[in-house]
Design a protein around this ligand. Structure first.
Ligand code: C5P
Length: 252
């Protein structure tokens, strides 16, 4: 049985901003953290910063908000469970695994995200990564022959949901159909967010604006370079939050 979501979890359509801190050093990450002081309170630490700086990076951002530790675990169930447990002890509020690791791996991750009897504190949310947002239909056909992206995302979401994940990482293009099919308890986190005023898509393909993603039911929006490479990251973050709030389901 899936335990209820913790009180801090964002609602469907809220589009809470999670800033992707993809920097090569902790120093750069800390400079960014300080510039974003009152503009963001959820941060994503991924493979680049974690590999460079280790758990200290999680602690540094825990001081000012919540952390999504985006290491996309994909391994045998016991190894993934151990990694999720360690991530939770570092204070990660959200962790993720690749849905393609299979139901037993996802279930092991979901169990490991809960504190055991001797521990206190909240559980972490476990999200399953479906199809990465840099893949377009042609790229995806090379990886998953025979299925369109939307169908593949739906299939992986069904697998993850049944195995006990709290939700999925998917692009905003699939968010609405997932929300309709799996209901309001599914947490949807969407990367690939590009505001209308951001000039570059970078390597992302399945992109949407903050308002679109929130309107399609996303709980969380992950935004990296549109904020971190902006001349004024704080202003960019505040503007994205405004756009998500105006477009989001909560606004209607
Ligand atoms: O800079 P940008 O906004 O494209 O950053 C997106 C972030 O989200 C990156 O850290 C990337 O690793 C992550 N991500 C993604 N697509 C997924 C899962 C995570 O782009 N499906």
């Amino acid at each position: 049985m899936r335990p209820p979501l913790p009180a801090w979890a964002a609602r469907p359509g809220q589009g809470e901003l999670v800033v992707a801190v993809d920097t090569p050093t902790l120093d750069e990450a800390l400079r960014l953290r300080d510039r974003l002081a009152d503009a963001a309170s959820f941060f994503k630490i991924g493979k680049e910063l974690f590999t460079a700086a280790g758990p200290g990076a999680v602690a540094a951002f825990r001081d000012v908000g919540r952390v999504f530790l985006d290491l996309k675990f994909h391994d045998i169930p016991a190894t993934v469970a151990g990694a999720v447990r360690a991530a939770r002890r570092h204070g990660a509020s959200i962790v993720d695994v690749h849905a393609s690791g299979g139901g037993r791996m996802i279930a092991a991750a979901a169990r490991a995200a809960r504190p055991d009897a001797a521990e206190s504190g909240d559980r972490s949310l476990v999200l399953a990564v479906t199809v990465l947002t840099h893949l377009d239909q042609a790229d995806a056909a090379e990886v998953f022959p025979g299925a369109g992206i939307v169908e593949q995302v739906r299939r992986l979401t069904a697998l993850a949901w049944k195995a006990g994940a709290d939700g999925v990482v998917a692009s905003a293009s699939e968010a609405r159909s997932l929300r309709e099919r799996f209901g309001n308890d599914l947490v949807i986190l969407t990367p690939g967010i590009r505001p209308g005023w951001a000039s570059e898509a970078h390597d992302q393909r399945r992109i949407a604006t903050p308002g679109e993603a929130a309107r399609r039911g996303a709980n969380y929006l992950v935004v990296g370079r549109a904020i971190t490479r902006s001349r004024d990251p704080r202003a960019a973050a505040l503007r994205i939050r405004e756009e998500a709030a105006a477009g989001g389901l909560g606004a209607r």
